[in-house]
Design a protein around this ligand. Structure first.
Ligand SMILES: Nc1nc2c(c(=O)[nH]1)N[C@H]1C(S)=C(S)[C@@H](COP(=O)(O)O)O[C@H]1N2
Ligand SMILES: [Mo]
Length: 411
């Protein structure tokens, strides 16, 4: 009698764990899927309009994924007891719990990162990345090797061997077969993920990536004359930046060279003007050191930028009384953003040309990009080629797709 009650309870316990496990697997799969969409640069280019929707559902499901863990929490000790004699299962449990907790904690920080210190956001983002690149392949391996059909294959293979009456002198044939299949699966998954992880790790390892055409030409071949860096720029007075850019674009990277370069200031100004490369290089520049913050959590510190203060350009052009906003265009033909006139007159808003003493490379938005250090970098239009003074608000590319119109960084 006693025994049966015990058995029943055990079964109920196991049943509950199984349910939690299924919920957890389902939520994690959804999170992995939306998360990979969020980091994919292809998706940034092809479906930017749904990006915010994907981001929000990722965040919501992330919150919900706390529930299975909370329900599981009180059962942990008992669960561990049932695994007393199964070392592999215990290790698996620890790994999974660690990854889940790290993912949820860093995800929470990232969700509220706008009110956090940028250094903490960076830490949260890197943790979230690493745990994803570790957790997703692990999940795949785990769910494949535990699936029914995988076990069926293992069994069939083992039976085949026995039917052939192969005499195995050493070791356990079932075990060998299993290890072989599992190692194979593990290696396969590792092979599939290596390129992605490599792609992610590149900037941290200091490896340059390459794409196509003039964007990869050495800058000295695409642009002549080259701007001569000011003494403060080379060596950079900021001491050289720390942290790494993630290179973003919502289009193909535009091919820019001295031949197709032009820079325009027009709209509600007294003296509209268009420069070609040679004239633009001759404008006098200044140097400043500032930080660069992306709203997704990464930052680059102490960048030495050399360029023209937007304020000076505006003063030269003569802003008319009617003008209230400044609109920025990218040579990619798609990306735009704007500042109010007040914001645009801030001393550290710069039309930048050099970064740490070098002409800004194409993928970094060069040869000319805007930087608005006190705001999130979605304001910092890359491949800037036109500044227009207007008398109404203009909603920028990402703001149209759900980013906040208030881009001030909370420092
Ligand atoms: N033309 C253009 N400008 C852009 C973007 C873009 O996709 N296209 N992305 C913005 C965002 S969200 C950020 S964080 C920075 C990224 O700059 P980087 O690619 O040089 O790191 O550029 C901003 N300016
Ligand atoms: Mo960004």
């Amino acid at each position: 009698m006693d025994k049966r009650i015990f058995y029943k309870k055990q079964q109920k316990f196991g049943q509950k764990l199984k349910q939690l496990h299924h919920w957890n697997a389902l939520l994690f799969t959804f999170l992995a899927f939306t998360g990979l969409i969020l980091v994919s640069s292809e998706f940034r280019q092809w479906l930017p309009q749904v990006r915010i929707w994907v981001r929000d559902s990722h965040i919501w499901i992330g919150f919900i994924s706390l529930l299975p863990l909370l329900f599981y929490g009180p059962k942990l000790v008992k669960h561990l007891k049932t695994l007393r004699k199964r070392r592999n299962n215990r290790v698996n449990l620890y790994v999974v719990l660690f990854v889940l907790v790290a993912l949820i904690a860093s995800g929470l920080l990232l969700t509220f990162q706008r009110s956090l210190n940028p250094a903490l956001s960076s830490f949260a983002l890197i943790t979230h990345d690493i745990m994803t690149w570790f957790g997703v392949p692990y999940l795949l391996y785990h769910s494949i090797t535990r699936s029914r059909w995988f076990k069926a294959i293992e069994k069939r293979r083992a039976e085949e061997k026995q039917n052939k009456r192969m005499v195995i002198e050493e070791g356990n044939p079932v075990m060998n077969r299993r290890t072989f299949l599992r190692r194979g699966t593990g290696t396969g998954i590792a092979l599939v993920f290596t390129p992605f992880i490599y792609q992610w790790a590149k900037p941290y390892l200091g490896i340059q990536s390459s794409s196509s055409s003039t964007s990869t030409l050495p800058l000295t071949e695409a642009f002549s004359p080259m701007p001569t860096p000011l003494p403060k720029s080379k060596p950079p007075i900021g001491g050289g930046r720390s942290g790494d850019f993630r290179y973003y674009t919502v289009t193909r990277m535009p091919d820019i060279s001295d031949e197709n370069f032009s820079f325009t200031i027009d709209g509600l100004v007294d003296r509209s003007k268009q420069w070609d490369w040679k004239d633009f290089v001759n404008l006098s520049r200044e140097v400043q050191v500032s930080n660069f913050y992306c709203v997704t959590g990464w930052s680059v510190y102490d960048v030495t930028w050399e360029g023209i203060k937007l304020r000076d350009l505006l003063e030269k052009a003569g802003v008319q009384k009617k003008a209230t906003h400044v609109k920025f265009y990218s040579q990619d033909g798609v990306y735009t953003d704007s500042l109010t006139l007040d914001q645009a007159m801030d001393a550290d808003v710069m039309v930048a040309m050099l970064i740490d003493g070098e002409l800004i490379p194409n993928r970094n938005g060069g040869p000319v990009r805007l930087i608005v250090p006190k705001m999130y970098a979605y304001k910092s239009v890359k491949w800037l080629n036109r500044i227009e003074l207007i008398d109404e608000e203009h909603i920028g590319y990402w703001e149209q797709r759900g980013y906040s119109k208030d881009a001030w960084v909370n420092l």
